[in-house]
Design a protein around this ligand. Structure first.
Ligand code: PAF
Length: 282
């Protein structure tokens, strides 16, 4: 398993692959890999001749310093996990200096409002940080395809918009949410939950499924109010937001229209750890 830290070294290998017209898939991650990430990696291996997995805990997308400090990190565990999937993977694990060249800051983006709601509202500057690093990774790797999980559906829509606005020649491949056996969406942050809370956190997905069952017969406002009451009655979890939005604009709606697709989005705190999830409603 190759682990490269410098863009120059990476580009030497990539140049050789590209000269042979080989296709390259990129799976951007912040490490602490779990089976959700591995499903993206497997999809990339299926679709492309070579796969690059980037591992970089991007400081500019953390609005909360404590969250950044506590973000799990174990490169040797991650690389062992990737080796168990395939030995055809290149890991790009740059330092902060290699990426930001001494200036750890994000660019300012305008994604027509996609960046302002939900995660954008509660994590100020988050999507500027995400778009900055993703753009830098696209530049460094020049992939034919890049893989993003639908767990971060708003991020996925923003990256699609970034590709469209900058006219980038690559395809974004959305990958379905992987869940633990109780339905909790897989996330590197789950590792920080105590065992009983992690087990109980299946409640978040149960609420999304209940919202989906109500969708179509009850209006969005009533569903939102109902979800809010369920969380008020549950001591373990604190609801930050629950929204039903059109999947293209991500603008929360009260009334739904025919011929449009909707999703429900949720952010919850458990033991001080922030968890997000979403579900397609129709
Ligand atoms: O989804 C993530 O893990 C991160 O936001 C990403 C896309 C790797 C950028 O740092």
């Amino acid at each position: 398993m190759h682990v490269l830290q410098s863009k120059k070294e990476l580009q030497v290998i990539l140049a050789e692959w590209k000269s042979k017209k080989k296709s390259i898939g990129l799976v951007p991650t912040m490490g602490a890999l779990h089976s959700g990430h591995l499903s993206l990696v497997r999809k990339s291996l299926e679709d492309n001749d070579f796969t690059v997995v980037s591992i970089f805990i991007n400081p500019t997308q953390f609005n909360n310093k404590e969250d950044l400090k506590k973000y799990p990190s174990d490169l040797s565990k991650d690389s062992a996990l990737l080796t168990s999937v395939s030995d055809q993977i290149l890991i790009f694990a740059p330092s902060k200096l290699e990426i930001y060249n001494g200036n750890i800051s994000s660019k300012s983006f305008n994604f027509n409002g996609l960046e302002k709601v939900m995660e954008g509202e509660f994590r100020k500057g988050h999507f500027n940080g995400v778009a900055t690093i993703v753009e830098l990774l696209f530049e460094a790797v020049g992939p034919n395809r890049a893989y993003f999980g639908e767990k971060d559906f708003q991020q996925l829509q923003i990256i699609q918009k970034l590709v469209q606005q900058s006219n980038l020649d690559l395809e974004i491949i959305p990958c379905p949410i992987e869940r633990e056996s109780n339905g909790l969406a897989r996330s590197s942050r789950n590792e920080r939950l105590s065992k009983p809370t992690r087990e109980a956190a299946g409640f978040i997905y149960q609420m999304l499924k209940a919202a989906k069952a109500k969708f179509g017969t009850e209006n969005a406002k009533d569903i939102r109010d109902w979800v809010s009451i369920q969380f008020n009655e549950n001591q373990l979890f604190e609801l930050e937001y629950f929204e039903i939005t059109d999947i293209d604009t991500l603008i929360p709606v009260n009334q739904v229209q025919v011929n449009k697709e909707y999703r429900a989005f949720i952010a919850v705190y458990a033991e001080g750890i922030r968890l997000i999830d979403n579900i397609a409603l129709n």
